[in-house]
Design a protein around this ligand. Structure first.
Ligand code: THU
Length: 135
């Protein structure tokens, strides 16, 4: 997968950093922001939203996917996951499976210290279970 355009990465970092401020994290205090660009250049964002019933907490990445799908988008150009952790965090297993539903695209792990790690959905979840397995 070829490297993403630098301006796309930085635009998504700004969007993910902004939405991260809205995270509802009274339990972990660990804020995550995600920004997902579709193939038309539209950007959809999500933050993690925790719950007193801990298992109902939802990650930033899945909220960004839901926002995109609700707006009619399903073909993605890139995702940025933004925290203040070093090294930058990568999506949990559940989010990897949800991302893989929408094919393979670049995923950039980023943090407030300026670290950027580029990977991809397929690299994060090799041999994924997919719609093809249901045929
Ligand atoms: N979390 C995310 O939102 N995305 C990730 O990639 C890793 C973990 C959230 C879930 C929970 O609200 C908090 O971070 C701590 O696990």
């Amino acid at each position: 997968m070829k490297p993403l355009e630098q301006n796309v990465i930085e635009d998504l970092v700004v969007a993910a950093s902004r939405v991260r401020a809205a995270a509802h994290v009274p339990y972990s205090k660990f804020r995550v922001g995600a920004a997902l660009m579709d193939e038309d250049g539209e950007v959809y964002t999500g933050c993690n939203v925790e719950n007193a019933s801990y298992g109902l907490s939802v990650c930033a990445e899945r909220h960004a996917v839901a926002a995109a799908v609700a707006a009619g988008a399903s073909r993605f150009h890139a995702l940025v996951v933004f925290t203040n952790a070093s090294p930058p965090v990568s999506p949990c297993g559940a989010c990897r499976q949800v991302l893989s539903e929408f094919g393979n695209f670049p995923v950039i792990l980023a943090n407030s210290a300026g670290e950027r790690v580029q990977t991809s959905v397929e690299e994060l979840l090799p041999l994924a279970f997919s719609a093809a397995d249901l045929r």
